[in-house]
Design a protein around this ligand. Structure first.
Ligand SMILES: C[S@@+](CC[C@H](N)C(=O)[O-])C[C@H]1O[C@@H](n2cnc3c(N)ncnc32)[C@H](O)[C@@H]1O
Length: 356
């Protein structure tokens, strides 16, 4: 195959990406897969009657699943059974479907406006679909459909990331910890619960989140150990902390802002103070065929979440931290054995100490 043919053949894979996606997702959404899980060996007519669709249309959708080997069809009787799909554990399937549901509701339509989002540096899809001007995080606070698309995913991510995250760094006894951009306080609560009873943990976020955050601390009986500080991360960070956690957000900013954030953290920390960054990163070899960050994140962050920002390589964050006056003490990635086969996001934890 010539280079030109290889490019064209790859472009064909992109052309059928959206149709493959919706065909498979529709088979789940309509209940076709569920019907086959409950009863093996159903005809298109029986499936159509169960899911409330014309048998001919069900048959059309199932061509792709038969091609994939997800579903099998008996040539003699025309009856369908689950094939390879039957081997996937329910919890695994639900996780993948939650992600696909988010892609459908939170991404497909927004991405139509990706060029406009890039041009304007804003999420044009949110404006076109919901009349909302701002980021996806802000939209989630007021637009039920946006919240509905991201909420279940955030819960899945939290469950899979936090145990690993808190296991990958130490906090000195009695430390004062700042959970930077800590939102509604969940990160502070988990920090306190996983890192020990003698910590003081403060959530730093926009002032409007204070009431919700304090309510969450109170509900957990942690008001004596957890507090809230309001402000703007791009202006300054509060002083008096030994450890700053920067979880799940540096990839939402571009270089100038990340450098400002690292600089603000450096100014606020005492010498010897620590910073712990949790973020998805590009692989050091961008052409790594086993990595999916480039397939997903640029379009997602620019077209659906922020309209700006993006991932970096771990080595780039390391360099920016060092240029900001930190010494990087460790970069930890998840054990590949703990990463499910459908995972897209590859995160690392970068720990650094303030020099001087
Ligand atoms: C992606 S979430 C952060 C995720 C959180 N750290 C975690 O671990 O789940 C973004 C948060 O940043 C806050 N935020 C956005 N811009 C900010 C700014 N300029 N200063 C402080 N907080 C900000 C938002 O209010 C929101 O709670």
């Amino acid at each position: 195959m010539s280079n030109a043919e290889r490019v064209l053949a790859r472009m064909r894979e992109y052309m059928v990406g959206p149709t493959r996606f919706m065909n498979l997702f529709a088979c789940f959404e309509l209940g076709i897969v569920e019907a086959l899980r409950k009863e093996s060996g159903l005809t298109a007519a029986e499936l159509g009657a169960t899911v409330g669709a014309k048998p001919d249309a069900v048959e059309q959708l199932l061509y792709l699943l038969v091609k994939e080997g997800f579903v099998a069809q008996d040539e003699a009787t025309g009856r369908y059974t689950l094939a390879a799909l039957a081997d996937v554990a329910d919890a695994d399937l639900q996780r993948a479907l939650t992600f696909m549901g988010m892609v459908r509701t939170g991404m497909l339509r927004q991405l139509y406006y990706l060029p406009e989002s890039v041009r304007t540096g804003s999420v044009v899809g949110l404006k076109e679909l919901y009349g909302f001007e701002g980021t996806m995080f802000e939209a989630a606070a007021t637009v039920a459909e946006v919240r509905g698309a991201w909420g279940p995913l955030a819960r899945n991510e939290t469950a899979s990331v936090y145990p690993w995250f808190f296991g990958s760094f130490d906090v000195p006894a009695g430390a004062r910890v700042l959970d930077v951009q800590g939102g509604n306080g969940l990160g502070a609560i988990m920090t306190y619960q996983s890192k020990g009873p003698d910590l003081r943990v403060t959530t730093f976020d926009r002032p409007f989140l204070e009431a919700e955050c304090l309510r969450n601390f109170e509900e957990q009986g942690l008001s004596e150990h957890c507090s809230f500080a309001g402000g703007d991360i791009l202006e300054s960070l509060p002083t008096g902390y030994d450890v700053m956690l920067l979880k799940h957000f540096v990839d939402m900013y571009d270089k100038d802002d990340v450098r400002t954030i690292f600089g603000n953290a450096h100014r606020a920390l005492e010498p010897g103070g620590r910073i712990v960054v949790l973020a998805p990163v590009y692989p050091e070899d961008v052409a790594d065929p086993g990595d999916y960050q480039a397939d997903f994140f640029p379009a997602y962050i620019l077209g659906c979440v922020m309209g700006r920002g993006g991932l970096q390589k771990a080595s780039t964050y390391r360099r920016w931290l060092e240029e900001s006056g930190f010494e990087v003490t460790g970069v930890t990635a998840k054990d590949p054995a703990d990463i499910p086969a459908d995972a897209i996001i590859n995160r690392v934890v970068i720990s650094a100490v303030k020099r001087g």
